[in-house]
Design a protein around this ligand. Structure first.
Ligand SMILES: C[S@@+](CC[C@H](N)C(=O)[O-])C[C@H]1O[C@@H](n2cnc3c(N)ncnc32)[C@H](O)[C@@H]1O
Length: 253
């Protein structure tokens, strides 16, 4: 890892250490997102419920989460559908927690994008919320994901621009969209920037509501970070949307 990658890695390790202990963060997630998935992203329960329609019925269903964190999103999807769950993430703290929380029909692995592999045609559904940005070679990674999917399988991606990724002009010009197009892979995309603006408002309100809980735990720095991450909503929506965009991509094999 180079220095900036190491900095990111250490931040995620700290983040998942905090989420494993903090009641304030749990309460914050419930109020901001409607469910506590220890979100470091922008996936509220409505976004995650959209995934349910892509999970087939039956006992032999396998779903993978790329950048699964501590596995709580997968745990929720398993609770709703009974699917076998698989996840990988490079954070050791996150994967240790996932392994402790979910033991039935669950397979969690620690490793980075590019290091981890699965058998061909294994998954009915692959999800990746706010993690595709970290692929060192996006074209290679989307081809690998397509290999992992069963025939008729679906890839569901939550993808944001304006923070980790620079803002481009539209849904067809993101790094992910360009990689898919270059590989000849068709996709559908939905622009959910407007609902993300509303979600950021809820995140900010929830953070302020639990400020004292964060402070009492000695986690004031995480509260400060939440305020920083949600500063965008202090602008009117039109200005916000010039700097930030959020999309859901659906790819069918
Ligand atoms: C923005 S968080 C999103 C986490 C979760 N999917 C969510 O929506 O809350 C990005 C996740 O990707 C993981 N990650 C970052 N770079 C990675 C890489 N190169 N390989 C695997 N996981 C990575 C982080 O540890 C973190 O869990």
């Amino acid at each position: 890892m180079n220095n900036s990658e190491l900095l990111f890695y250490n931040e995620y390790e700290q983040f998942y250490k905090m989420t494993g202990q903090s009641k304030a963060f749990e309460k914050f997630c419930l109020d901001a997102f409607g469910e506590d998935f220890s979100q470091d992203g922008f996936s509220d329960v409505d976004q995650i419920n959209r995934i349910l329609e892509y999970i087939p019925k039956g006992d032999d269903v396998h779903i993978l989460d790329i950048g699964c964190g501590n596995g709580k999103m997968l745990g929720y999807l398993q609770e709703k559908t009974g699917a076998n769950i698989y996840g990988f993430d490079y954070s050791e703290n996150a994967i240790n927690t996932a392994g402790q929380l979910f033991k039935n029909n669950a397979d969690f692995r620690q490793g980075a994008i590019g290091e981890i592999d699965y058998p061909e045609g294994k998954f009915d559904l692959i999800i990746s919320m706010d993690t595709m940005y970290f692929a060192p070679d996006m074209e290679k990674f989307v081809l690998q994901i397509m290999k992992w999917l069963k025939k008729d399988g679906v890839l569901f991606v939550g993808y944001q621009e304006g923070d980790v990724m620079p803002k481009t002009d539209d849904v067809n010009t993101t790094v992910l969209a360009k990689a898919l197009s270059k590989c000849g892979i068709a996709f559908e995309a939905e622009n959910i920037t407007s609902e993300t603006y509303d979600l950021l408002k809820k995140k900010r309100e929830a953070a302020l509501l639990h400020q004292k809980d964060f402070e009492d735990e000695g986690n004031r720095e995480w509260f400060d970070l939440l305020l920083l991450q949600t500063e965008g909503i202090l602008k009117p929506y039109d200005s916000f949307a010039k700097e930030m965009a959020r999309y859901i991509y659906i790819v069918r094999k």
